[in-house]
Design a protein around this ligand. Structure first.
Ligand SMILES: NC(=O)c1ccc[n+]([C@@H]2O[C@H](COP(=O)([O-])OP(=O)(O)OC[C@H]3O[C@@H](n4cnc5c(N)ncnc54)[C@H](O)[C@@H]3O)[C@@H](O)[C@H]2O)c1
Length: 325
């Protein structure tokens, strides 16, 4: 049985990746510092899903920070790890403007610690979560992995780009197999409360105003969580060094998503349009032709199906959702 170290295992993508790994008979060593960037009760809820999983005996959890190299070494001396999937990160695009130092610490120094540990413990594979936001204000769509990424608009995306660069150095110097999925706006059940879809469902359901940056015609290549998690696991293949887009290849307007949420909830949104945020990109769209070839992955969930599943989860977990700050 292969053992995978998943960082950020209590996070949105991390908990789903861990769940899928357990289903596929991997052993998972999960780490997370359970920080309070958003309500920790949601992270605990996700962690409990893993503790209650049918294969929970193959799941071990450590509450540590990836900025703490000694703790990482301690874990690696206790478990034989075949691969690391680094999903732990400070994640808010807009929030990174107010505390860039924490972003630098976790996203760059934390990644560096894990790369050092990968080298020292001769771990065969490293997967680094990156983001579509590093395409910045590129005008040409869809975004291809060979497009330029040197105009990051925020500290968040600049730190993610830096982590990509460090990863290449470690591949070049030490021959570590590294794959870097760049995710495009992942959504789904138990997602992040700071993301538009979670916030819109919660507030439309409660009859509260939703605030939309710009006029809502901006397009996002919304990618369903199960598709993103499957792509991440397929990226465990040993490949040398590879960057892949994980996106839906079907961008839709934010206004269309709001309409789907209204239909699924059977409630009308009260919308207030506000000025576009400087940190936001206009449109995103993933070119996934290379991903299809490299890891034999393509998304299988349409936005209509994905929003229906997400709204269903919100209704079933209304008490939890409404208790969150
Ligand atoms: N969700 C998306 O749409 C999206 C898009 C692009 C990229 N990503 C990337 O995917 C990864 C996962 O994102 P997510 O949406 O699941 O976010 P998330 O915030 O839900 O998950 C990240 C997890 O990492 C943990 N964490 C943060 N700093 C840590 C540290 N120093 N040590 C240990 N754990 C720490 C957090 O507590 C959290 O549980 C991130 O690297 C993010 O940049 C996500």
């Amino acid at each position: 049985m292969k053992t995978i170290l998943v960082t950020g295992c209590s996070g949105f993508i991390g908990h789903k990746v861990s769940e899928l790994l357990l289903e596929q008979d991997y052993s998972v060593v999960g780490i997370d510092n359970l920080n309070d960037y958003y309500d920790v009760r949601l992270k605990s809820w996700r962690l409990n899903q893993l503790f209650n999983n049918a294969k929970a005996k193959n799941f071990t959890f450590y509450k540590i920070s990836i900025t703490d190299l000694n703790s990482i070494r301690h874990i690696l001396s206790r478990h034989y790890i075949d691969a690391i999937i680094n999903l732990a990160a400070c994640v808010g695009v807009r929030a990174s403007l107010s505390d860039p130092w924490t972003y630098l610490d976790t996203n760059i120094k934390g990644t560096l610690n894990l790369l050092e540990a990968t080298k020292d413990y001769k771990i065969e594979k490293f997967v680094l979560a990156s983001t579509s936001s590093i395409y910045g204000n590129n005008q040409k769509l869809p975004f291809n992995v060979s497009d330029k990424t040197d105009s990051c608009l925020t500290p968040y995306s600049a730190t993610k780009k830096s982590a990509e660069l460090l990863s290449y150095s470690y591949h070049y110097l030490y021959g570590i197999n590294i794959t870097i999925p760049r995710y495009f706006t992942v959504y789904g059940p138990a997602s992040r409360p700071d993301m538009a879809i979670f916030n819109f469902i919660k507030n439309i359901d409660c009859g509260k105003i939703i605030y939309v940056y710009g006029d809502g015609t901006q397009k996002r290549d919304f990618t369903f969580i199960s598709d993103a998690a499957l792509g991440t696991i397929k990226a465990l293949k040993k490949t040398g060094f590879e960057i892949i887009n994980i996106g839906n290849d079907h961008p839709v307007e934010l206004n269309y998503v709001i309409k789907l949420i209204e239909d699924a909830l059977g409630k009308k949104a009260i919308i207030q349009y506000i000025s576009p945020h400087k940190a936001d990109m206009k449109d995103t769209w993933a070119d996934i032709n290379y991903t299809k070839k490299a890891i034999h992955w393509k998304p299988s969930t349409s936005i209509e199906e994905g929003i229906a599943k997400t709204v269903k989860w919100h209704i079933e977990n209304r008490e939890l959702v409404n208790s969150l700050n």
